[in-house]
Design a protein around this ligand. Structure first.
Ligand SMILES: Nc1ncnc2c1ncn2[C@@H]1O[C@H](COP(=O)(O)OP(=O)(O)O)[C@@H](O)[C@H]1O
Ligand SMILES: [Mg+2]
Length: 426
């Protein structure tokens, strides 16, 4: 099987690593890839936005399956374009990608199908949104409707914060993504990420994770794309998974099919596990980054078999097996992140670090005269497995210590809640 993987982050390196381990694979290409992915795949300089060039490449190289990593090309219709050309895709249609591309769309779906989520209002002007906020009071949550790279949500603890967040949206802070706003009830509980592989009809549970969004230790400081993650999420017990499937995922699959946009690919449910049970915070239509890295480390089965079944509508016949271990990943970022960090600093010691028995997935890296350099905010994902979160954490940080990169930093406490829980339970 010839496979083309779309993307260039740590998530895609983990996917490339797992796809490359499949006995079904003949050739793996990645567009555009990165220096880490280049160890597993042939990188090709195709732009994710150039759907015609991607379709032409697929015909030229007899690609049997395209795996789309990030959301933007799905929302922009890459899946539709390729399927039109008769090319098999792991990743949904643009109509189905509205689950991530429009928060208002997902909230309306929840309302229509009785899916537990925060109470909400949808607004296209500031005055109406502010009136709703004044009526409901703080704490309250203000969200830009569209894709805002993880920056479009304000969890407002005061009325003033909520009102300024509404102004920011309608004044264009998030461009077109903020032309509509969702205001919703503040939910309390513990967050978890839950994943399913979907084929339009069937959703197959595909593991859970928890991530650390804040840049600083103790979950402090500004939000980032994610500074680390571990899998599984201890709150996602078998009973909680069953409730989530029945109350959230299955009605979503049914609703999307009824609305004429059956969902396929990865359904990533951001959940709040409240006292009343699981509530949907949001959907994403792709793997999380860095959650994908920890899932791939734990997956026993052949990912290509599963992705092919998802693309062919055959998931009802599949099951998923996981290694009986925990996985944990530490993100190493360039100093200055999540602001604009400097590029080009040299990274040494990757091989010594890998010798600690971890996988090091590349995100924003580049090669400069044969030397590995930083080329983005989040740069490396040091990923370890262990019998406990504490053990995986120890292994990951032992490897981090061997990486010689003075211009980089990482959080020192990834997994802290789970480690504390393990200690309390021991
Ligand atoms: N209704 C809510 N109640 C409490 N916290 C929320 C709520 N909605 C979102 N959040 C917090 O804000 C974060 C980002 O919101 P989310 O809807 O996941 O948007 P995005 O990931 O697109 O930025 C969530 O991970 C959660 O921590
Ligand atoms: Mg989110």
């Amino acid at each position: 099987m010839n496979v083309l993987l779309i993307g260039s982050g740590g998530r895609e390196h983990a996917l490339a690593w797992k796809i490359a381990a499949s006995p079904m694979l003949t050739r793996l290409f990645a567009a555009p890839g990165n220096p880490g992915i280049a160890a597993e795949a042939e990188c090709v300089p195709l732009s994710m936005d150039d759907h015609e060039a991607i379709a032409a490449f697929c015909r030229d190289k007899s690609i049997d399956l395209v795996v789309v990593g990030p959301e933007a090309p799905l929302v922009a219709g890459l899946g539709d374009r390729l399927r039109e050309a008769g090319i098999r895709v792991f990743g949904g249609s643009a109509a189905a990608a509205r689950l991530e591309g429009s928060k208002g769309f997902t909230k309306d779906l929840c309302a229509r199908y009785g899916i537990p989520t925060a109470a909400y209002g949808r607004f296209s002007d500031a005055a109406a949104a502010k009136a709703y906020v004044r009526e409901h009071g703080a704490p309250i949550v203000v969200k830009a409707d569209g894709l805002a790279a993880g920056k479009g949500v304000a969890v407002a603890m005061t009325l003033d914060e909520a009102l300024s967040a509404i102004d920011a949206c309608f004044e264009g802070s998030f461009g077109a993504a903020g032309a509509e706003v969702v205001v919703e009830e503040f939910l309390e509980g513990e967050e978890a990420s839950f994943f399913c592989l979907c084929d339009g009809t069937t959703a197959l549970p595909f593991g859970s994770a928890q991530d650390h969004k804040r840049v600083g230790d103790g979950d402090t400081g500004p939000n980032t794309g994610g500074m680390g993650a571990y899998s599984p999420a201890p709150v996602m017990t078998p009973a909680m998974v069953e409730r989530t499937m029945k109350e959230i995922v299955e009605p979503t699959m049914r609703g999307m099919a009824e609305m004429g946009c059956p969902f396929s690919g990865v359904l990533f449910a951001g959940l709040m596990i409240s006292e009343a049970g699981p509530k949907l915070i949001e959907y994403n239509v792709r793997f999380g980054d860095p959650e994908c890295q920890v899932l791939m480390m734990r997956l026993k089965d052949d990912i290509l078999v599963l992705m092919q079944a998802a693309a062919d509508g055959q998931l009802a016949h599949m099951s998923v097996r996981w290694r009986d271990e925990v996985a944990l990943t530490v993100v190493m970022a360039a100093k200055g992140y999540p602001g604009t960090p400097d590029r080009g600093s040299v990274i040494r010691g990757i091989d010594a670090a890998a010798a600690e028995g971890v996988e090091i997935f590349h995100a924003g890296t580049a090669l400069n005269d044969g030397q590995l350099v930083a080329n983005g905010g989040r740069v490396l994902n040091v990923t370890a497995t262990g019998r406990s979160v504490a053990e995986a954490q120890r292994k990951a940080y032992a490897a981090v210590a061997r990486i010689d990169w003075p211009e980089g930093f990482c959080r020192r406490d990834i997994g802290w809640r789970a480690v504390a829980r393990e200690k309390a339970g021991a």
